[in-house]
Design a protein around this ligand. Structure first.
Ligand SMILES: NC(=O)c1ccc[n+]([C@@H]2O[C@H](COP(=O)([O-])OP(=O)(O)OC[C@H]3O[C@@H](n4cnc5c(N)ncnc54)[C@H](O)[C@@H]3O)[C@@H](O)[C@H]2O)c1
Ligand SMILES: O=c1ccn([C@@H]2O[C@H](COP(=O)(O)OP(=O)(O)O[C@H]3OC[C@@H](O)[C@H](O)[C@H]3O)[C@@H](O)[C@H]2O)c(=O)[nH]1
Length: 350
């Protein structure tokens, strides 16, 4: 069947091409409905939840490639040794030869403290890593999904952000290795799509939180919850009026799978439009988890976006997706996980 494409509102291609023909080896070794799926960064926070969901389908085989920089095999422990699962310790800045039908390309440190730790490596991961995964997609005819970020909008001058907004990004700042890196990754995705007909999907993920985030991840939700559970002051970075919109990880994983299996290339915003200042977030955490802790103001870092909220009209229309978990419910789910890992049980009423 010939490829049929139309242009979307943001100049993106809406491809109705059928999935690529799997390798002939597939037919001889495995039953036909089997889909081999590669998840790069699958040992990380979102990646491991995605793996859990993909593994629920008994006809999927899942391969994780991860260099374990911010991820951990602990996140995948229930799958290690499973016949449909394989873990490869691999750095995506090096080529990878595997035979797969779909690639979820998540590999990249996501917390600012980690992506700023070795900025040259972060940009290599975004640029060379994405080139390598696109090369793989081209060789085997796989569909590839990139987890891009709301950070491509930089410190946005439009609010809320639609996919049509081109962003306000500092090209030489301390966050550029990540936000400009992801912008180049998106460019590479579209160039491979236009030049080589690769089937691409781009998700622009807004701040996502949930169980299994690293305790010392450095991102705001995990910091506040760890601080509240430990009985430490919640550190709000100045001015505290900056906003973010927080999406629960189970909602995010549903959105990513819908995007992968739908027929729109994206970019598509995936996030929860509920918008909170960091002071409001701290007050919610304090009230729900530990009313005895203080909230203190600390210094911020350069180029911190002042506001961020996704317009998810496109995700609703194109994917029939919208988040279900409200922040206060998600925070409680995350508290349980953090208490278990920090060995701090909930106080019971006397
Ligand atoms: N969580 C969010 O709020 C959020 C928001 C926007 C975009 N994203 C994107 O989603 C993806 C996953 O984010 P996360 O929150 O799960 O972060 P995470 O840090 O928990 O996971 C990233 C994973 O990638 C791995 N990795 C990093 N560099 C690698 C490399 N060179 N080769 C192989 N593996 C490598 C890490 O070890 C880790 O397992 C990232 O691409 C991130 O940019 C996340
Ligand atoms: O302890 C803290 C940590 C952070 N913050 C503030 O909380 C806000 C959010 O900071 P985070 O580090 O959680 O995340 P950011 O929104 O800056 O970046 C994130 O954006 C989307 C993804 O691509 C990445 O996961 C990450 O880069 C910032 O304004 C920051 O100044 C605090 O007030 N206190």
């Amino acid at each position: 069947m010939a490829q049929k494409e139309t242009n979307g509102t943001n100049g993106e291609h809406i491809s109705t091409r059928p999935p690529p023909t799997p390798s002939p080896l597939r037919f001889s070794k495995f039953f036909q409905a089997n889909l081999r799926i590669l998840v790069t960064g699958g040992a990380g926070f979102i990646g491991s939840h995605l793996v859990d969901k993909l593994m629920e389908n008994e006809k999927h085989e899942v391969i994780v490639a991860d260099n374990l920089f911010t991820g951990s095999k602990d996140n995948l422990k229930k799958w290690i040794g499973h016949p449909r699962f394989e873990f490869i310790r691999h750095d995506v800045t090096q080529p990878l030869l595997v035979e797969v039908d779909q690639i979820y390309h998540l590999a990249c440190p996501a917390s600012p403290i980690f992506y700023k730790h070795n900025p040259v490596k972060t940009i290599k991961t975004n640029v060379i890593g994405t080139l390598n995964m696109l090369g793989l997609a081209k060789r085997v005819g796989a569909r590839i999904l990139l987890t891009s970020t709301s950070e491509v909008y930089g410190d946005p001058l439009e609010h809320p952000q639609t996919e049509a907004y081109w962003g306000n990004v500092n090209p030489i700042g301390v966050r550029s290795c990540y936000d400009e890196g992801k912008r180049v990754a998106e460019t590479l995705m579209f160039d491979y799509h236009r030049q080589h007909g690769i089937e691409i999907r781009i998700a622009r993920i807004f701040n996502t939180y949930g169980p299994r985030m690293n305790i010392d991840d450095g991102r705001v939700v995990s910091n506040f919850i760890a601080q509240a559970v430990r009985g430490e002051a919640l550190t709000v970075q100045k001015p505290g009026t900056q906003t973010r919109s927080f999406c629960y990880v189970a909602d995010m994983v549903d959105g990513l799978i819908k995007l992968m299996n739908g027929n729109n290339t994206g970019p598509i915003n995936l996030g929860n439009p509920g918008e909170f200042t960091m002071l409001e977030l701290a007050e919610n955490v304090k009230e729900l988890i530990n009313p005895d802790v203080k909230v203190i103001m600390t210094e911020n870092t350069p180029d911190d976006p002042r506001q961020r909220k996704p317009d998810i009209t496109k995700a609703k229309e194109v994917l029939g997706w919208e988040p279900k978990v409200v922040l206060r419910d998600g925070l409680v789910l995350m508290e349980d996980d953090f208490r278990e890992r920090l060995s701090v049980p909930k106080k019971t009423a006397a």
